[in-house]
Design a protein around this ligand. Structure first.
Ligand code: G3I
Length: 350
């Protein structure tokens, strides 16, 4: 049976069908404009990635590759995940993320080599002699960084080593090794991959407050003593009720740049303490915070980009950690662009 009287009708049908299919796909996946614009502006727009949706949700992967040009494993490179037993490393999950990034021409930011949380029981259950603990940390860092030599562009070498008062945080590392564990960690990571960019990363250090000043003093000292540190990751877990002050963030980035350090805006999510569905006024306020931070990053001498802490609101750590609804990211639960997404694309387009 002949369905089309002319072959050109078959062509029209095929084109029409293709268009409808494209529209259907686009109503689930997002547009890809954000990644393109970030690329053109020479910055990274990143997202942290969770293994569960990465492995089970095709739209999650598709959105990740379309919208972002950088990824940070949210948990898969933490100590307990990579090094679950004293003599055992397990790179399975982290390798999948690194391979995905390579396939989609995305940068990889490694998170995290030294942290006081997410440590395996074999490590925390024992009292170690300092020289044994030092060997454990040293070989953990060297093994992980060497495994990803040339594949991970940058690392959070030390994360959250300063507490709320601006003092060095009590941790297994500080207690066992003293404050020198910080600089030693940078040396070990540098030795394992001299081309990887090495960062100190922390939260509530965005403006010019006590904690930001303590971070500044720490990294200034490292720079002055020739420790191989390339930059500072400024985490941005904030809310519309308690937004960062744009002038103070800009001034803080500027003084870090003057030390010769790059800055990355890491772990950005802006909580709205939302109702479901989120109220439009709150989403607009959230968009303003994202826009302010993007403008600051673009205007800075050396701000390499922004990483959001999650791909979409569906998998943000906020609702499951605090057991309440929220919508802190750029894409909503259905991966649709929110006002914050549009604020970033408009800012980048200008
Ligand atoms: O795997 C289970 C899953 O089966 C269960 O359904 C789910 C809900 O309770 O929990 C899952 O494990 C959780 C895991 O995240 C994966 O979602 C862990 O309990 C939870 O402790 C873990 O939390 C992570 C947290 O760091 C601690 O490592 C968050 O995802 C992650 O977003 C958070 O990230 C940190 C950065 O590394 C450092 N800066 C602060 C930031 C937020 O706390």
């Amino acid at each position: 049976m002949k369905i089309f009287r002319h072959s050109k009708h078959a062509v029209y049908f095929a084109v029409g069908l293709g268009f409808v299919l494209l529209l259907l796909t686009k109503s689930y996946a997002s547009t890809g404009i954000l990644r393109d614009l970030a690329q053109q502006s020479g910055i990274t727009i990143g997202a942290s990635v969770l293994m569960e949706p990465f492995e089970n949700d095709a739209v999650y992967q598709e959105t990740l590759a379309q919208e972002f040009n950088s990824l940070t494993p949210e948990n898969a490179m933490k100590f307990s995940h990579l090094h679950p037993e004293k003599e055992t490393y397990d790179f399975t999950n982290a390798d999948k993320l690194v391979a995905f990034a390579k396939e989609h021409q995305m940068q990889v930011h490694g998170h995290v080599l030294v942290w006081h949380r997410n440590l395996p029981d074999w490590l925390t259950d024992e009292d170690w002699y300092p020289n044994t603990l030092e060997k454990i940390l040293k070989w953990h860092i060297i093994t992980v960084v060497e495994h990803y030599h040339g594949q991970v562009d940058s690392w959070d070498v030390v994360n959250e080593a300063i507490d709320e008062n601006g003092d060095l945080r009590d941790s297994i590392w500080l207690d066992g090794l003293g404050s020198s564990y910080i600089e030693e960690s940078f040396h070990w990571a540098h030795r394992a991959d001299p081309n990887a960019k090495l960062f100190y990363n922390d939260y509530r250090g965005a403006g010019l407050g006590d904690k930001a000043n303590a971070i500044y003093a720490l990294v200034q000292d490292l720079v002055q003593r020739g420790v191989p540190i390339d930059g500072v990751g400024i985490q941005m877990h904030r809310s519309i009720q308690d937004p960062p002050n744009p002038e103070r963030v800009a001034a803080n980035i500027s003084r870090l740049n003057e030390l010769g350090l790059s800055v990355r805006i890491t772990e950005m999510d802006i909580q709205i303490y939302g109702d479901e569905p989120p109220d439009d006024e709150k989403l607009q306020a959230q968009a303003q915070v994202y826009q302010d931070i993007m403008e600051i990053c673009l205007a800075a001498v050396d701000c390499t980009g922004i990483t959001t802490w999650g791909v979409s609101d569906q998998h943000s750590w906020i609702p499951y950690t605090f057991d309440r609804p929220d919508a802190p990211l750029l894409l909503d639960e259905n991966y649709q662009p929110k006002p914050a997404y549009h604020a970033l694309t408009e800012t980048l387009a200008q």
